[in-house]
Design a protein around this ligand. Sequence first.
Ligand code: DOR
Ligand code: ZN
Length: 349
Amino acid sequence: MIDRLVITRPDDWHLHLRDTEALAAVVPFTARQFRRAIVMPNLRPPVINAGQALAYRQRILQALPPGTDFDPLMTLYLTDNTTPQVISEAASAGHIVAVKLYPAGATTNSDSGVTDIDNTLATLERMAELGMPLLVHGEVTDNTDVFEREQRFIDRVLAPLARRLPELKIVLEHITTADAVAFVNSGRPGLAATVTPQHLLMNRNALFSGGIRPHHYCLPVLKHERHREAVLNAATSGSERFFLGTDSAPHARSAKENPCGCAGIFSAHAGIEFYAEAFEQAGKLDKLQTFASEAGPDFYGLPRNTDTITLVREPWQVPESYPYLANDPIVPLRAGETITWRMENNLND
Ligand code: DOR
Ligand code: ZN
């Protein structure tokens, strides 16, 4: 049994950091583990142009503990009104690496999202020309069963789009189904997916174990065990089409433990440890480095990190909560329970 694992420092290719006091509360967790993270633009109001993305990046840098070496990679929020010019400006501004597609109404702060992909074609063509990837929240927003929205989105929107714009780089974010795995694997070059820890470690039973579990609710929602197995197999296969994106999405406790609780799971306190657990369960710890530290930068055309982190088998108990907003803490994934692996020198030391 391996008790100690040294891997190239990982990056997080899908992360929500929020803003102001929430940002300051959560960003240190990510910056202790990951060198870079792709920061989602679903603020209120959303980050829709280069000026806003660079200003947000400055706020993130200012919120870091002194001396932290962390590079926030920024994204723009695609709307029906995003012009090709906005994309060109973002590409030449530096630090902005991708554009996020939220179908309008699909998830948290997505009401400014795209109502019809056809409205954005000229903009997507410019992205394809510039090599700027489209990051996709892949769920339809009609009355489709909540457990089938990803499959339907792939069939109705994503597969036709991938054919129509064969040069556009596409990341299907936080995949949850065997159908998404099959699509990414069968697809053309320039197609990849991120995978969260929750979709590797839990199936939809976790939403209802012993009662309703708001802290296990995220979007896309957890799926059937057969889908979890397919996603776990893909992530641990060694294929460079699948890489790490925690989708750590903080919401204060009062917003989660609520008659209409928000979607989002906070996992940044133990991001890499959760993945180590999942990879160990699959008997594939040897593939963790590809998934966590190599496939992502290779897809984005960025250099791999050169330093390392060390994971040790040293079970530790996750706190019941961490400070977040005044009098409204955050409940982390696995609160009050044990995690098998521990990254040396992380915040929990
Ligand atoms: O569960 C989720 N939370 N899914 C998303 O797509 C958005 C995220 C958030 O921002 O809270
Ligand atoms: Zn997300």
